[in-house]
Design a protein around this ligand. Structure first.
Ligand code: FAD
Length: 451
């Protein structure tokens, strides 16, 4: 729960230059950059091991990782390189898929990031400790198993707003620092407790439920049409979520699959269903059995996802404190891709640079420059480019009508049963009329604005 900040005197020697709260991708990247720039950094994580409390679908876009660790991306515990992206409209009795397989995805992206492929799947229980380990190797001091209870603030008349964050409270003691990086995830209790950020609206967060399903690698290759270390990322909408606003994903790892749903909290509550019920529906859906049959559930967990887009980001910098990653609302759901880890890394690196400059200048209030740097970053620009996405995801079309229309048109086209065949244009017109022209126009306009 949000805890009020502890007010301490302004004067006092810092115990460390920077406290980073949270050793997810955002915090580990910030700690890495700060340590590389010669600062004394404590990376505080409430879990005994980084990643133990974290959860992702698992597709990591690698450009950000390369910016963080350079060529060492090759040592990262990646599962499979994503060379196949499949988008499926699911109905109760049919699945209509767009299958984008492209060998160029196995090589570096156009900007040529150190030979890294575009994207790979990761399992957080392996990836987070690795990235936090890079920060430690660079000189950051890891403090696992320690919950930060509150921020420590001081009256500072010369600081904009008259207050400055001067450390954190952990284990009942104040740990003083020149700056604090809040990388504590989507709930961001510390910033909320200090009144720096408000509680996210139910419309701006989703519940993610995910299972890791063990499956023999040969079966993965056969079922998903991938070879060697290549993998597939399936985005699934429609009957996957029992009509609740959201979507599902199915990703391939080396010896397992990651299957999950992301359900917008307000709509889930309104539906009267539970996230577990929707997940069970997905796991047993006939349209997915050719992929998941006989797979064994190895892990199961749930976590909140930020869904509010750029509008959720708001203020992320104060004197002595910056907010990064999910805590800043930096998750992008474009309908086809879900990105959070790469935005977390990008924001962590930006925070590291701003704070290193602020410490070098002897001006803790220079942390305010992070707001502008983040807004100019590719992470924020990508979010802003999809600003209309939450509105599109508000429509009912993605959760039923789109898939039913696609199914009806294709069924009419492919069914040859002795009666007169229906030309595609007629099948399309009939299907669109059944759903209503006005609905389709509304959906199309929002797709045009946001996708
Ligand atoms: C179901 C699901 C699927 C997703 N799929 C994808 C995907 O495919 N690709 C993608 O890029 N993103 C995906 N995301 C989003 C991604 O997981 C997040 O954007 C990413 O984890 C954000 O990283 P972070 O470091 O900001 O926060 P987190 O990973 O949440 O890390 C926060 C850390 O802070 C620690 N912490 C919190 N409070 C305290 C405290 N008070 N004291 C000490 N430590 C604290 C936590 O234990 C945790 O380790 C998905 C998310 C979910 C839930």
């Amino acid at each position: 729960m949000p805890a009020a900040p502890v007010v301490v005197p302004l004067d006092g020697a810092p115990d460390v230059d920077v406290v980073v709260v949270g050793a997810g991708p955002a915090g580990a990247s910030a700690a890495l950059r700060l340590a590389e720039r010669g600062l004394d950094v404590a990376l505080v994580e409430r879990a005994e091991t980084p990643g133990a409390k974290n959860l992702s679908g698992g597709v990591l876009y690698l450009d950000a990782l390369v910016c963080a660790v350079g060529d060492a991306w090759r040592e990262a515990p990646l599962e499979r390189v994503v060379t196949r992206n499949v988008t499926t409209l699911l109905t109760a009795d049919a699945a209509v898929s767009l299958d984008y397989a492209d060998s160029s995805l196995a090589g570096p992206p156009a900007r040529g990031a150190a030979g890294a492929p575009n994207a790979a799947t990761v399992l957080r229980a392996r990836f987070d400790p690795w990235l936090a380990g890079r920060a430690e190797a660079a000189g950051a001091f890891p403090m696992p198993g320690m919950l930060v209870e509150a921020l420590a603030v001081a009256e500072a008349p010369e600081a904009p707003g008259g207050r400055r964050v001067v450390g954190v409270v952990a284990g009942g003691q104040v740990m003083r620092s020149t700056a604090v990086v809040l990388a504590d995830g989507v709930n961001s209790f510390l910033a909320r407790g200090a009144g720096l950020r408000g509680e996210p609206a139910a419309r701006d967060v989703a519940v993610g439920v995910k299972a890791v399903l063990g499956l023999d690698p040969r079966r993965i290759a056969d079922r998903f049409g991938v070879a060697g270390d290549e993998g597939a990322a399936h985005a699934i909408i429609g009957d996957a979520t029992l009509g609740v606003a959201g979507g599902a994903f199915l990703y391939t790892n080396r010896e397992s699959l990651s299957l999950g749903v992301v359900l917008r909290l307000d709509d889930l509550v309104a539906s009267g269903r539970t996230a577990r019920e929707v997940f069970t529906h997905l796991l047993t859906h006939p349209g997915l059995q050719r992929y998941v049959a006989d797979a064994e559930v190895l892990e199961y967990g749930s976590h909140l996802v930020a869904e509010g887009g750029a509008a959720m980001v708001g203020t992320v910098a104060w004197p002595g404190c910056v907010v990064v990653g999910d805590a800043a609302g930096l998750t992008l759901n474009s309908g086809l891709v879900l990105r959070g880890m790469d935005l977390a890394i990008t924001s962590g690196l930006a925070a590291g640079d701003v704070i290193a400059d602020a410490v070098a200048a002897g001006d803790p209030d220079a942390t305010l420059a992070y707001q502008e740097l983040l807004t100019a970053s590719s992470a924020y620009r990508d979010l802003a480019a999809h600003a209309g996405m939450p509105d599109l995801l508000d429509r009912r079309g993605p959760y039923g009508p789109w898939g039913e229309t696609a199914r009806d048109v294709l069924r009419a086209t492919y069914t040859i049963d002795g009666s007169d065949t229906v030309p595609l244009r007629v099948a399309l017109r009939r299907a669109l009329r059944r759903q209503g022209w006005r609905t389709w126009l509304g959906d199309a306009r929002r797709i045009w604005r946001s996708a």
